[in-house]
Design a protein around this ligand. Structure first.
Ligand SMILES: Cc1ncc(COP(=O)(O)O)c(C=O)c1O
Length: 444
């Protein structure tokens, strides 16, 4: 086999991985948007697109209720508020996730308490979750990270015993399932992002909230609409019954997503086939672990995260250094590999400084006497996952695995690099590796 591209050899790929633009915009999407513009129904008062998207998404997910909002973060915030969480309450959140899983809790003056993740699935560990419950805990945010459903049934069982509301953060997992039940219908309330990079995209920013409990939807609806009771029949009262925001989605964006929804299942099944094919190739390489998919689970591969293990590969190196060297070598072959959220949530400056609304709020505002502090070392399995794993692709979206040839190419690049592990080790010892969360943070 030829020399590593890292050392001047010929790359496996003569051009970079072909990552199509995402979202894929077809004529039907353009026509749906133009028809909405031409309809003149651009205000929520006479819009028919948002209500239609809400009906269609509720039916797809399998819930009685759906409400569209203008971001996934807004959907999470509305879910936290609808769950009855308030100042000083604690909400459990996995330490490995996107920022909004935790900041949406802060938005409602509540306190995130982080939970370690399962090292195989990268999702919340129900056992650790139970250990972090206190008398102030009100809810848990379960994140279906990268498109694999978290073990919601075990989480819900713990939640029931402690009277907690289960909020699903399904921003990365449209269409993912456990035993035929779709995410967004597995907990009390679900929050999806339809930001343009997501598996179900809009042409910009948007979100969807799902639930089977009409009273939760009604509370969320008021938060979305200035605190008013939403009604399209009868005169508007301009009467705030509670604190609210303006989180409405535009009709044009809803029309685009409705059109994309018609292709979601096709995209998911293509990505699943290609991801399975790639996993079969990678599973043959000692020291490389493809993503897991427990029996009955349906992963939708918003991201494809794989783990490396130097001991299994027979290389005597610390895992972080080995991971970085593999990243360099595979990227040189033409397959970009990225790190995602390589600082665990509790290690972010926001939590280190506990800088929310200022003046100690929500942590020391007088609504709680418990001092919640954040140490990344309290989440050893999260740190281990970050240290040892990489995501395929340059961009955080499903585009890289929509093409079969990309799966083949990624497989070929790893196969080549893993047949040159002596050179990879020589490269690794030249690296000055430090865990990302220990690196000095530059503050404006
Ligand atoms: C897990 C997770 N939760 C929440 C969000 C927030 O969604 P949005 O960007 O639509 O606000 C994202 C977006 O990337 C996400 O990945």
């Amino acid at each position: 086999m030829s020399a590593l591209a890292l050392l001047g050899g010929r790359p496996v790929l003569d051009r970079e991985l072909d990552e199509s633009a995402w979202p894929l915009v077809e004529d039907a999407d353009v026509e749906a948007v133009v028809a909405t513009l031409r309809s003149g129904r651009l205000s929520w008062l006479d819009d028919t697109e948002v209500p239609a998207l809400e009906r269609e998404w509720a039916s797809y997910v399998g819930t009685s209720q759906c409400m569209a909002l203008n971001s996934g973060t807004a959907a999470l915030h509305a879910a936290v508020a609808a769950a009855g969480v308030g100042p000083g309450d604690e909400v459990l959140v996995p330490a490995l996730s996107f920022l909004a899983s935790a900041t949406s809790v802060l938005h409602h003056q509540a306190i995130p308490v982080f939970v370690d993740v399962d090292p195989g699935t990268f999702t919340i560990d129900p056992h650790d979750m139970e250990a972090r419950i206190t008398p102030r805990t009100r809810a848990v945010v379960v994140v279906h990270l990268h498109g694999l459903p978290a073990d919601v049934d075990r989480v819900a069982e713990v939640a029931r015993r402690h009277d907690l509301v289960v909020i699903e953060d399904a921003a990365q997992a449209h269409g993912a399932e456990i035993d035929g039940r779709r995410v967004g219908s597995l907990g009390d309330i679900g929050a999806f992002s339809i930001m343009a990079g997501k598996n179900l995209p809009t042409a910009g920013e948007g979100g969807l909230l799902t639930t089977d409990r009409p009273e939760l939807r009604d509370r969320a609806e008021m938060l979305k609409m200035f605190g008013e009771r939403a009604t399209t029949s009868g005169p508007r009262e301009y009467h705030a019954l509670t604190l609210g925001w303006n989180y409405r989605l535009s009709s044009v964006l809803a029309a685009f997503t409705r059109s994309q929804l018609l292709r979601l299942d096709r995209h998911i099944s293509t990505v699943r086939e290609n991801a399975d094919h790639l996993s079969t190739i990678l599973a043959d390489l000692p020291g490389l672990s493809p993503p897991v998919e427990p029996a009955g689970y349906h992963h939708v591969y918003h991201h494809y995260r794989l783990r490396v293990d130097p001991h299994e590969a027979g290389v005597d190196l610390p895992v972080g250094t080995f991971r970085r060297a593999i990243q360099d070598a595979v990227t040189a072959e033409g397959v970009p590999l990225i790190e995602y959220q390589n600082r665990p949530l509790p290690g972010q400056v926001l939590f280190q400084r506990r800088e929310g609304y200022g003046r100690g709020c929500p942590w020391t505002c007088g609504h709680t006497d418990r001092d919640v502090t954040y140490e990344p070392e309290d989440y050893p399995r999260t740190l281990d996952v970050i240290r040892s794993s990489l995501l395929v692709g340059r961009r955080l979206c499903m585009a890289s695995l929509l093409r079969r040839e990309n799966a083949e190419r990624v497989g070929a690049a790893f196969t080549k690099v893993f047949s040159h592990l002596d050179e990879v080790r020589d490269h690794a010892v030249t690296l000055d590796y430090q865990d990302p969360w220990l690196e000095e943070t530059r503050l404006w």
